[in-house]
Ligand binder design. Structure first.
Ligand SMILES: [Zn+2]
Length: 275
């Protein structure tokens, strides 16, 4: 079985791993939040995860939290998000958009170099994939994956999130055929609504208290999120929450070359929906 992360962590039994970063091992921050464990996700068959939309989610214990960030990489805010995560030695999962990864691949590489998990979130973030033809929607998914692979120099995790969480049965089934997990979330932060950092902090913590655990959905394209994150991570530590870092159990499948097409100008115009 593959090792989940560097640094000697081995998962002998799936979903039960040795703690990764003890808080007292975080350079310059002995009271860091850290990562309490790494959870390997079996993506075979394309599991659908997150109780906001599905009947199941990750196998988390009470007070366990998985942090996720959509829509990046962003030229300003992704770095600030990374800095806040680094400060607490926390690992998260990112769902970047293909066109942005192509424009600023060096920012996405920073995400991967810090050990965060990188999934995908389509090529140009059409808000309703279901309104496209199936072939176009499939191409959005595959081109997004290919763009992230090009930016990183290796395949992304087989983790996918639908733009706007707008899924369709047919596309979920398609993702299932390529063993790609579909991530919804358990806790929305509303950071896409243009709310301020204090509201993000308050709503996120209130929802976490109510649900007790879960996948939390942020955007690394929002200044309010970047501002809220340091305090939010401190509040998680003080509230006794523990961070779980998710990784795929198996190496991702290669992108089928048949569905990757040449880049066109019209593809770039679609990106207006991404931010
Ligand atoms: Zn999005």
């Amino acid at each position: 079985m593959r090792l989940a992360v560097a640094g000697g962590l081995a998962c002998a039994i799936s979903l039960v791993c040795v703690p990764d970063v003890a808080a007292n091992e975080c350079p310059g921050n002995p009271d860091a939040l850290g990562v309490s464990r790494v959870l390997e996700v079996d993506t075979s068959g394309g599991p659908r995860l997150g109780r906001l939309q599905y009947g199941q989610t990750l196998d988390l214990e009470p007070k366990e939290v998985v942090l996720t960030f959509d829509d990046g990489p962003h030229p300003r805010y992704t770095r600030r998000i990374l800095k806040a995560l680094d400060r607490e030695c926390v690992k998260a999962t990112f769902f970047p958009v293909g066109v942005w990864a192509r424009q600023i691949p060096h920012v996405l590489r920073l995400v991967a170099e810090r050990g965060h998990t990188v999934g995908t979130h389509t090529w140009s973030h059409p808000l309703h994939l279901g309104r496209l033809s199936f072939a176009s929607a499939q191409q959005q998914i595959e081109k997004g994956i290919a763009a992230i692979e090009t930016a990183l120099g290796r395949p992304p995790a087989p983790f996918f999130r639908f733009p706007g969480l707008n899924h369709t049965r047919k596309l979920k089934d398609y993702l299932g055929t390529r063993d790609t997990a579909v991530f919804s979330c358990d806790i929305a932060t509303d950071d896409w609504r243009g709310i301020g950092p204090r509201t993000i902090l308050r709503r996120t913590l209130a929802r976490l208290r109510r649900k007790g655990r879960g996948i939390v959905l942020f955007h690394d394209t929002k200044s309010s999120t970047a501002k809220a994150l340091p305090k939010l991570l401190r509040a998680l530590k003080q509230g006794g929450y523990r961070i779980v870092h998710i990784v795929p159990r198996e190496a991702p499948a290669p992108v089928p070359s048949a569905v990757i097409v040449a880049q066109t100008d019209s593809d770039d115009r679609e990106q207006t929906q991404a931010r």
